[in-house]
Design a protein around this ligand. Structure first.
Ligand code: NI
Length: 158
């Protein structure tokens, strides 16, 4: 992976919280319950999922930076999305993401070439390095922004 690619992922991670906030802050309570299909998450669930996912991402970056070839932990995201905090207003999750992504940018901006390529094992995806985690979560945030946009266009309520 080139330095320019790594820099692009850092910039995407830095820009993500404000892009999400601009999209979801104007939404009504009714719009927060919209989803793009009967078995898809609501906009509210997606916002809260982004917190849980990106908190796990931070652990998935820090473990290989501080341990020798760790195996990272997966979790059942569908079951997490049914827990009580996914019914909360979205403001707390937007605040967490805002702070968390400041940490992502500081952390990723500090990495040496050796650190970018430190290895880890993902139980399902297999062998990865730190830069794969950065790539995955830069994509992940943007992917869910697109999903929210689709959910608002479809407008299905459960
Ligand atoms: Ni996701």
């Amino acid at each position: 992976m080139t330095t320019a690619q790594r820099q692009a992922y850092i910039e995407q991670m830095g820009a993500f919280p404000a892009e999400l906030e601009a999209l979801v802050t104007p939404l009504t309570e009714d719009q927060l319950e919209m989803r793009e299909g009967p078995n898809e998450w609501s906009v509210r669930q997606i916002v809260h999922h982004l917190v849980d996912s990106h908190l796990n991402a931070m652990a998935r970056m820090k473990l290989p930076l501080t341990e020798d070839h760790p195996t990272i932990k997966t979790y059942d995201q569908e079951k997490w999305a049914q827990l009580a905090d996914y019914k909360l207003p979205i403001e707390s999750s937007l605040l967490i993401l805002k702070g968390l992504h400041i940490h992502f940018v500081a952390l990723l901006s500090s990495l040496s070439d050796e650190q970018w390529t430190r290895p880890l094992t993902h139980p399902e995806a297999g062998e990865q390095v730190v830069e794969d985690i950065a790539q995955t979560y830069a994509w992940h945030g943007n992917n869910h922004i697109e999903q929210i946009t689709r959910a608002l266009a479809v407008g299905l309520r459960k």
